[in-house]
Write a new protein. Structure first.
Length: 80
């Protein structure tokens, strides 16, 4: 998924998370690079790194498989 789409989705979340405060203004101003850098910094300890891929144009983003590996490491499975 493209970094910009992830950032926009996080900003739209109606939670007490700081995403909107951190990124909403910069996204409206088109400053994706600094927002993307902060997201990459947050994800780095989980070994999730941005990659380049084709989405009608070359964009930077993240692969689901990288998140799945982190989820399996850090999120315990819930059994009924």
């Amino acid at each position: 998924m493209a970094t910009q789409r992830i950032l926009e989705a996080l900003v739209k979340l109606e939670t007490d998370s700081p995403w909107a405060e951190w990124w909403e203004r910069k996204l409206k101003d088109g400053d994706i690079k600094s927002c993307g850098s902060k997201l990459a910094w947050i994800l780095k300890p989980y070994r999730i790194k941005p990659v380049h891929f084709w989405d009608g144009e070359t964009v930077r983003g993240y692969e689901r498989k990288d998140f799945e590996q982190a989820w399996s490491r850090y999120c315990p499975s819930v059994t009924a």
